[in-house]
Design a protein around this ligand. Structure first.
Ligand code: PEP
Ligand code: MN
Length: 355
């Protein structure tokens, strides 16, 4: 399924909490060109004991959003029962959550329960970076006869990733699009960012990469939201964010997109490098303190030669030039010595101060 009007906007709270909260959100969004109003009725939670959604009680609230504000509605489904309940209530679009996409048994069950339905079904990427598994879910739906499919890119759990809740790994949705160009690709900046200050940048990136739409979590009082509080926007802030987006009109699906994605990848890797350097400097400062306490010299020549050789060998094993590794670590070592000196001097000044 390919969306022609760009961008398609899906907005609404992470979870339906109460009738009032759902209708208030819809009221705030009324007047914007919202393709679907979203709200999670059944919530897949990482840990037990957290709020797991209001369940079928919330479905009539979505029906009211439609009759009151004229917005089509959508919710997440994870099993055949959810599908039946949502379709019976008259929900207009369904999505498969990231945790569900990881499980072929569940996707198969869903596909069979969705066979022949007219409502669009969007499939989020699996939580981990596995393009084949994501595409496999589309194949299961397709074989079962689900006619209108869309993809939602919500980022990937990557160990050690700090800036984003889920690393965008833009190359994966781009590869997806090259494999299945007839499927619309929606970006979900909310679950990528995990915090609202990053939403505008990720949304703009999605527009620059010619994504077909955005799904953004909005809540009348984000800080009080029962789920995903840090990443939700008020409808008013959401409106300003959308108005500030620059949307490219030419959609050539091209090398330019590939280059933008690769540059974003480089930026992410640089972020990670800087974070690692900062952590390394922190450890250097601790070593400086230790050496000071033990009355040791800063430079331990044997340790340095051993470290340099070890890193050169590691680099060579991965095809990195020995000279490059040597240059990088000489700089890193200089910075490390400077930090250790500072730690020792601070200590010495402290001692002097006491006298
Ligand atoms: C959601 O959309 O609220 C949600 C649970 O998303 P995901 O499946 O991407 O984690
Ligand atoms: Mn959420």
């Amino acid at each position: 399924m390919k969306i022609e009007n760009n961008p398609m906007i899906i907005a609404g709270p992470c979870s339906a909490e109460s009738r009032e909260q759902v209708l208030n959100t819809a009221k705030g969004l009324a007047g914007m060109d919202i393709a679907y109003f979203r709200a999670g009725i059944w919530k897949p939670r990482t840990k037990p004991g957290a709020f797991e959604g209001v369940g079928t009680t919330g479905l009539p609230w979505l029906v009211e959003v439609k009759s009151e504000y004229g917005m089509k509605t959508c919710t997440e489904v994870a099993n055949a029962r959810h599908v039946e309940d949502a379709l019976t209530a008259g929900i207009d679009m369904l999505w498969v959550g990231a945790r569900t996409t990881t499980n072929p048994f569940q996707v198969q069950e869903l596909a069979e329960s969705l066979a022949g339905v007219e409502v669009p079904v969007a499939i989020k990427n699996p939580t981990h970076p596995d393009l084949a598994l994501w595409i496999g879910a589309f194949e299961r739906m397709d074989r079962a006869g689900v006619k209108h499919l869309m993809a939602i890119h919500r980022g990937f759990a990557v160990h050690g990733q700090k800036k984003y809740r889920n690393a965008p790994l833009w190359q994966i949705p781009i590869d997806f699009r090259n494999r299945l160009p007839h499927i619309s690709m929606i970006n979900d900046p909310s679950h990528i960012c995990g915090r609202r200050d990053l939403l505008a940048g990720v949304s703009q990136m999605a527009m620059d990469l010619a994504f077909d739409g955005l799904m953004v979590e909005t809540h009348p009082d984000p800080d009080q939201a029962w789920t995903d509080a840090a990443q939700q926007l008020t409808p008013a802030d959401f409106k300003s964010m959308v108005e500030a987006l620059v949307v490219r009109t030419a959609k050539d699906g091209s090398e330019a997109d590939g280059l933008t994605a690769l540059r974003a990848e480089i930026n992410m890797i640089d972020d990670a490098l800087i974070e690692l350097f900062a952590r390394r400097m922190g450890v250097s400062a601790l070593i400086g303190q230790h050496k000071k306490d033990q009355g040791m010299t800063i430079l331990q020549n044997s340790r340095w030669s051993e470290l340099l050789q070890r890193n050169i060998d590691l680099g060579v094993a991965q095809g990195i030039d020995a000279e490059f590794t040597s240059d990088v670590f000489k700089s890193v070592h200089q910075a490390s010595i400077a930090i250790q000196k500072r730690v020792m001097q601070e200590g010495a000044q402290g001692e002097a101060g006491k006298q």
